[in-house]
Ligand binder design. Structure first.
Ligand code: DGJ
Length: 384
């Protein structure tokens, strides 16, 4: 009898493990697991999608079922219709070499792959944290490949804009930043502390060694110029930095957006000549209210709007708009003249099982983006 019970519990255990794999092929219902062509949940988080020829490539964090560190690398899937996704494997693999920046056990987050028309290379930028250092390194990393599915070769990781002032910061503002002293401020969130942050306290603290770079995205403008947008200065201030023509370095031209505003998970798109930046607040893996900014130039000035999310995630735990329906953005995918907001519903207990939430972006009469819950992202796009 004991043996039978043991055998039954082993079988039950196997079934639970298998349950993660054999998901019935879904219709990509928001708030549910999404299956690839093998019936496995799509393990590509915090990433982006590009189109090359007649194929879409979806890049994202390959996350472990347990734990937070990167054990495999950045995964890539391919699709002709944005709904049937074939797992193309690991596009950028972690290294087995001790001491490598991307040693297995590092943290790779928010990869963005772009195609460079000049060099004919696929370039990947991502947020990198060094093994065993938590989130202290705060670096951006570069990798490159000849093909969309890789293998991507790791190039280097770095802090950003070391020794360079934002191009639009005048002499008086630089002087004011140089008078700040981050080591004095033990207590955060006081009005006096916030004033110092706005003056550039963390910009100055990290001036010599380079600015922090955590949550990030890359935007390619109509003229082919690329911009890196990142959450910097202890996640308090966004930096927009211009990339070199090969997309493998920074030109040194950059500025700050919403100093002290504590925005992360930046996503950006342009509609009718207006740039829209949709970010989240900073609450770890927990959802919070999205923030939105618009500007006529990538260099600002950026005007803040209310969150574009409205209503309830009807049928998905009734998550409210002020929690971004339980998700955090990762990318805005243009499809023809329409845009799809891609986000992750994080599952910190089992990061690989984090869900995907894609929603079409609508525009109200004044041209302001509006995002409502839909069970299927393609519902109003007439792609089904
Ligand atoms: C929120 C970020 O957006 C994620 O990419 C990840 O870094 C988590 N924080 C870690 O807590």
């Amino acid at each position: 009898m004991k043996r039978i019970i043991m055998l039954m519990s082993v079988i039950a255990g196997m079934l639970t493990v298998n349950a993660q794999k054999d998901i019935p092929v879904t219709d990509q219902r928001n708030g549910q697991l999404w299956a690839d062509t093998e019936g496995r949940h799509i393990n590509a988080h915090g990433g982006n999608i590009i189109r090359f020829g007649d194929t879409y490539y979806w890049y994202g964090e390959n996350r472990p079922y347990r734990g937070f560190t990167t054990e495999a690398g950045i995964q890539v899937y391919s699709s002709k219709d944005l709904r049937t996704w074939k797992d193309e494997g690991v596009a950028l693999a972690v290294s087995n070499e001790a001491g490598s920046d991307i040693e297995r056990g590092c943290i790779m987050e928010r990869p963005k792959v772009v195609y460079n028309e000049k060099t004919h290379k696929f370039v990947m930028l991502f947020h990198l944290e060094l093994k065993g250092k938590g989130y202290a390194a705060a670096r951006v990393a570069f990798a490159q490949s000849d093909t969309p599915v890789g293998p991507f070769l790791f190039i280097r990781s770095t802090r950003v804009n070391a020794g360079i002032w934002p191009f639009d910061m005048d002499q008086a503002a630089r002087q004011a930043a140089m008078q700040t002293d981050a080591s004095r401020w033990k207590e955060w969130w006081t009005p006096a502390w916030r004033k110092e942050v706005e003056k550039g306290m963390y910009l100055w603290r990290d001036f010599k060694d380079g600015q922090m770079s955590r949550d990030m995205t890359v935007y390619i403008d109509d003229d082919g110029k690329a911009y890196h947008i990142t959450s910097s200065q202890e996640n308090l201030t966004l930096l927009v930095s211009e990339l070199t023509d090969d997309y493998l370095d920074f030109t040194g031209k950059y500025n700050m957006v919403a100093p002290g505003g504590q925005n992360e998970a930046p996503t950006i798109f342009k509609n009718d000549g207006v740039y829209w930046l949709i970010c989240s607040g900073c609450t770890g893996w927990s959802p919070n209210e999205a923030r939105m900014f618009s500007a006529k130039s990538i260099w600002g000035p950026w005007k803040q709007h209310k969150s574009p999310f409205v209503g309830l995630a009807t049928g998905y735990r009734d998550m409210p708009a002020d929690k971004t329906f339980g998700a955090q953005g990762t990318y805005v995918l243009p499809i023809g003249k329409r845009f799809v907001f891609m986000a992750d519903i994080w599952n910190p207990r089992h990061l690989s099982q984090s869900l995907h939430l894609w929603l079409p972006i609508e525009f109200d009469a004044s041209g302001t983006p509006k995002i409502c819950w839909a069970d299927h992202w393609y519902e109003s796009l007439h792609l089904n």
